[in-house]
Design a protein around this ligand. Structure first.
Ligand code: ATP
Length: 141
């Protein structure tokens, strides 16, 4: 099966580096699907879920936004922050969601609503990614 090398890189580390069959990324104007032999491309991505199919298994990750480049047989995602599903701390994401919801509900002038909405979105995507990966895992008994 044809594959593309996907590398997800932040300033701190290489988050993901695998050969995959398809990448579906949260482009700024909607989901962007990249199959092997995709034409060269450079685009911005927004905070969201990045999905891949590797050896016929779907995996998903959180990306906070950044750039995606398709060049040759490689897809490189440069993200401010990214986490694989197994790295997501669910309790932390729930706490972040709760905090953001409380801020949004306050309607006070000193609250930066855009910032709170962005934090809420990040937490919700993290929870979705973690939940999906939990469902995919086989039972441990
Ligand atoms: P929080 O308010 O909990 O810090 P945040 O959305 O503001 O959440 P970010 O600014 O996106 O956090 O990320 C800061 C750092 O913390 C990054 O290194 C990121 O990978 C990590 N991080 C944030 N939330 C989580 C989480 N739920 N699980 C694992 N790592 C996380």
């Amino acid at each position: 099966m044809l594959k593309t090398r996907l590398e997800i890189i932040t300033a701190e580390r290489v988050v993901y580096s695998e050969d995959v069959e398809i990448v579906v990324a949260p482009g700024i104007i909607g989901e962007l699907g990249v199959l092997p032999h995709h034409a060269p491309l450079m685009t911005m991505i927004q905070p969201g879920e990045l999905r891949v199919r590797r050896d016929n298994v779907e995996e998903s990750m959180f990306v906070s936004g950044g750039f995606l480049e398709v060049r040759g047989d490689k897809v490189v995602v440069l993200a401010d922050v990214a986490e694989r599903a197994d790295e997501i701390d669910v309790a932390r994401a729930e706490a972040a969601k709760h905090r953001a919801e409380e801020r949004i509900a306050q309607h006070a002038v000193e609250i930066d609503h855009a910032r709170a909405e962005a934090a809420l979105r990040r937490s919700m995507v993290r929870l979705r990614v973690a939940e999906k990966s939990k469902k995919r895992r086989p039972p441990t008994v």
